[in-house]
Design a protein around this ligand. Structure first.
Ligand code: RFL
Ligand code: PHB
Length: 393
């Protein structure tokens, strides 16, 4: 079997790419190693940039995010016991962020894919990519016990950080990597959000974050050692730590409720350069990882696939490969901007195990400066809501 674009991975990157290509009349097959419920149920991103919501709207996927998503025009930075208001929209000419879970994004994308009738295969095994340096690369895999080979004009590696596509790029790529000496313990709790905006906290016991998923579900995180065993954290101990780090002098604290889900995530910054070799193009977490402090990972997956869809549409429309040749450089500009911001948020808001009292004072001073300078606050706000991007493709 042959297809124009073979897509490995049905996370946000792979599904959105398939949708954009469909709108341009370009054929694709999406291959996913997990089952549909697993991909939808994974608790991951919660914050979408203005650009991502604009893109979803532009390509006909905006109905639910506008109806059920929560638009946030502001956030709080909390430190030294006080909450400081950051008016995101006011500082950025009306741009905002949206709280809309990755689960909901994936549901919307799966529904759109099914409506197109184009192939989306779950639970494929033993996936490998071959002949990427030729004009007929292929994907080999097993489905229902049968070995299959799909030849393609192009392959899109959208298979996340632990996928098989990045290793297939060979040794002509450079990896830029940074791991952090902490992770996040995250919970979903059945509790109404007690703040209308997200609260990012720097506390002497470490970072904490107040977020939400809906009017009745709160999403909370705090910094722990990277290898922390979640079983060492009974629910009562989690709430005690959350309340210790988050409660502020004005009496604000998160509402406590039944914990529905809890896990620990490691943190790293990682970039692959270039994001392609031959006819294999990476997009999303397959190419780069950001620590979640900047809320950028899914948004970068969206900007990557917009660039890639534009380049492939140009190729099929005019035969020109010039946008494909520029894909990596174009995508990496935004990737590095988001990397810098995510690293900056991470190092400003976390306690480092080797940090000393000087570092603590410096971080507090940094936060005090940011929240008292309109220039500094504007810089934070424009990076947090994300840079504008041309939507036409
Ligand atoms: P995904 O979502 O990992 O999807 C890759 C898919 O590929 C499949 N796969 C394979 N399929 C076929 N063959 C193989 N050999 C395969 N190997 C793997 C996988 O099963 C999977 O379905 O990558 P994608 O599409 O690039 O999307 C990236 C986002 O998932 C990720 O960046 C975000 O979740 C990051 N993130 C956040 N991003 C935001 O923009 N805003 C946020 O608020 C935000 N919060 C977060 C986050 C990530 C977090 N964790 C858990 C890392 C909060 C957290 C805690
Ligand atoms: C979330 O709601 O899961 C969330 C919010 C902000 C972040 C990361 C995750 O920076």
């Amino acid at each position: 079997m042959h297809v124009q674009v073979g897509i490995v991975g049905a996370g946000p990157a792979g599904l959105l790419l398939g949708h954009l290509l469909h709108l341009k009349g370009i054929d694709s097959v999406i291959l996913e190693s997990r089952n549909r419920e697993y991909v939808i149920d994974r608790v991951r991103a919660g914050v979408l940039e203005q650009f991502t919501v604009d893109l979803m709207t532009h390509v006909g996927l905006g109905t639910r995010v506008h109806r059920e998503g929560m638009r946030h025009d502001s956030l709080y930075l909390s430190f030294a016991g006080g909450r400081h208001y950051v008016p995101l929209a006011e500082l950025t000419g009306g741009r905002a962020i949206y709280v809309y879970g990755q689960n909901e994004v994936v549901k919307d994308l799966v529904e759109a894919r099914i409506a197109t009738g184009r192939p989306l295969h779950y639970e494929v095994r033993n996936v490998s990519v071959l002949n990427i340096d030729s004009t007929r690369p292929s994907i080999r895999y097993t489905a229902n016990g049968d070995q299959e080979e799909l030849t393609c004009d192009f392959i899109a590696g959208c298979d996340g950080f632990h996928g098989i596509c990045r290793p297939a790029l060979g040794n002509l790529v450079t990896f830029y990597d940074k791991t952090y000496p902490f992770g996040w313990l995250g919970i979903l709790a059945e509790a109404a959000p007690s703040s209308e905006a997200l609260v990012y906290t720097y506390h002497e016991r470490g970072f904490a974050l107040f977020s939400m998923r809906s009017q009745r579900i709160t999403r909370l995180y705090f910094q722990v050692p990277p290898e922390e065993d979640i079983n060492q954290w009974p629910d009562d101990a989690i709430w005690q730590e959350m309340l210790t780090r988050m409660s502020t002098q004005d009496g604000w604290r998160p509402n406590v409720g039944c914990i529905l889900n809890k896990n620990v995530t490691a943190m790293r910054s990682f970039v692959t350069e270039p994001m392609c070799a031959g006819r294999l193009y990476l997009a999303g977490d397959a190419a780069h990882i950001v620590p979640p402090t900047g809320a950028k990972g899914l948004n970068l997956a969206a900007s990557d696939v917009l660039h890639l869809a534009r380049a492939l549409a140009c190729f099929y429309g005019s035969g020109s490969t010039h946008l494909l040749e520029q894909y990596s450089e174009t995508a990496l500009k935004r990737v590095w901007r988001s990397q810098r911001f995510s690293w900056w948020m991470t190092q400003t808001l976390h306690r480092f195990p080797d940090g000393n009292p000087f570092d603590h004072k410096r971080q507090l001073t940094d936060l005090d400066y940011i929240t008292s300078s309109t220039a500094a606050l504007t810089s934070l706000a424009e990076n947090y809501v994300g840079l504008p991007m041309e939507l036409a493709f």
